[in-house]
Design a binder for this molecule. Sequence first.
Ligand SMILES: C[S@@+](CC[C@H](N)C(=O)[O-])C[C@H]1O[C@@H](n2cnc3c(N)ncnc32)[C@H](O)[C@@H]1O
Length: 112
Amino acid sequence: MTYDVVDHSEPRRYLELIGPEVRERIELVVAAASVGPLDREPVDLLYIDSSHEREHTIAEVRAWQPYLRPGAPVVFDDYIHADYPGVREAVEALGLEGEQRGTLFVYRHPCV
Ligand SMILES: C[S@@+](CC[C@H](N)C(=O)[O-])C[C@H]1O[C@@H](n2cnc3c(N)ncnc32)[C@H](O)[C@@H]1O
């Protein structure tokens, strides 16, 4: 599932690049990421690449955290981007311990 507040045309073009057996498993949702998973199902991986603003990023993590499976990675895009200090600020404000991988930050939801 991918969430975006804008109904961009590009994701539908991405879907044309993949096979039907993968495409049928992907859902494009037009909504703020801070609503959390609309289906309330457990989440294996959360990749955050939205507004990059501190408060939005904090709200997104809090909304999805209850649904993360034990050990699920939470990946923050543009963690070290000079134009988006809000991502790093959010990680620090939430006290998330993880590791920087290139331009990303990866936190793993605790196993218990
Ligand atoms: C840097 S783009 C990344 C888009 C996507 N990851 C891709 O590679 O095509 C950031 C996206 O976040 C969306 N966005 C902004 N605020 C958001 C929010 N609060 N919740 C969900 N998406 C948001 C924007 O509309 C924009 O499409």
